[in-house]
Design a protein around this ligand. Structure first.
Ligand code: SF4
Length: 332
């Protein structure tokens, strides 16, 4: 098993297939932010992405998560899933979406071989939804997407809710109840300082302990063990229903020690951390006739030299960290 400088194994690849999105969530890609999107020719083809994944599995990668921007914005994304499904050693293909195109796409995704789905849900209030996603779009369409995925049997179906103070922290109980009623596994996410566009500051972060104390006003729950050291979420179980929920507490309880994730951007760069300044280009190698062995040794060197732990050193690093990669370029 390949290990980095902190002894961490390489187990997961997060694949951003596009930097484009039909939303403009203020905590990721603000509506008024100046964004230059990648041209089609700059994007890795599905064949190139599948080749990178084939090279990664002998190094230990077992899980692939497809992200964006918004992955359902990329045409025929089910074709990529179809190419990844037979990859030797790959055990799990997951996808994270904002849910807006899910109703139309879910059957194709499932048929192609998708195992797990995560949908971002940041509010249950239709007007607030429009404000938070910076577009005149229908929350109901996201809810219908979630329900169609559920009825398609894409289980366990996870819901990601980024909690931002003053924006949606008053909905913690309502979103928890929505997920309990619809048997969805909820993951609250502490607002993170990814990139440079989302106006992050610590005052806007609702710490995990505060989310838990809010939930404890209505529910009784117990903490669960992490499934494995690389799991990002703190896990809990409601005592009455046995349903699980979690909190991804990157700011107040960093989990860099078990971080086993590599990220591939849509334009073919490998990032060793969500908060990296830049990535390692593989597109040039892919398009200049490099062999799989050459690709493999290049990636091996990247991982074995890796020592990222930004979230542990956030407050030391932030001040002189320069331009960090934007969330919508590496897919969270
Ligand atoms: S901050 Fe970087 S090293 Fe730490 S968990 Fe996140 S991606 Fe991994």
């Amino acid at each position: 098993m390949l290990r980095d400088r902190l002894g961490r194994e390489l187990k997961d690849i997060r694949i951003s297939v596009t930097d484009r999105c039909n939303f403009r969530c203020f905590f990721c890609m603000p509506a008024d932010g100046e964004v230059t999107f990648l041209h089609r020719k700059d994007l890795l083809t599905y064949e190139e992405i599948a080749r990178v994944v084939r090279v990664l599995t002998p190094l230990g990668v077992r899980k692939a998560r497809i992200t964006g921007g918004e992955p359902l914005m990329r045409a025929h994304i089910e074709n990529l899933i179809g190419m990844l499904a037979p990859v030797d050693g790959l055990r799990d293909i997951a996808l994270t979406t904002n849910g807006y195109r899910l109703e139309e796409k879910v059957e194709l995704l499932k048929t192609a071989g998708l195992n797990r789905l995560t949908v971002s849900l940041i509010t249950l209030k239709p007007d607030r939804f429009k404000r938070m996603v910076g577009r005149n779009l229908s929350l109901e369409k996201v809810i219908r997407g979630i329900k169609s995925a559920k009825s398609m049997g894409l289980e366990p179906l996870k819901i990601n809710t980024v909690v931002v103070r003053g924006a949606n922290d008053d909905e913690i109980l309502d979103i928890a109840e929505f997920c309990r009623e619809n048997d969805l596994i909820l993951r609250f996410i502490e607002f993170m300082d990814v990139g440079t566009l989302n106006g992050w500051n610590l005052d806007k972060v609702v710490p995990a302990r505060e989310i838990l104390s809010t939930l404890a006003k209505r529910y009784s729950f117990e903490e669960l063990e992490r499934k494995d050291s690389s799991e990002t979420a703190l896990r809990f179980r409601f005592r009455d229903t046995g349903q699980e929920f979690g909190i991804i507490a990157s700011v107040t309880q960093p989990f860099c020690r078990g971080c086993s994730r590599l990220r591939l951007s849509a334009d073919g760069k490998l990032f060793t951390c969500l908060f990296a300044n830049d990535g390692f280009d593989v597109k040039e190698l892919l398009r200049s006739g490099a062999t799989d062995e050459e690709l493999l040794s290049y990636i091996k060197d990247i991982w074995t030299e890796r020592e990222d732990r930004y979230s542990e050193l956030r407050f030391e690093l932030r001040k002189d960290r320069g331009k960090r990669v934007e969330m919508f370029r590496v897919g969270g």
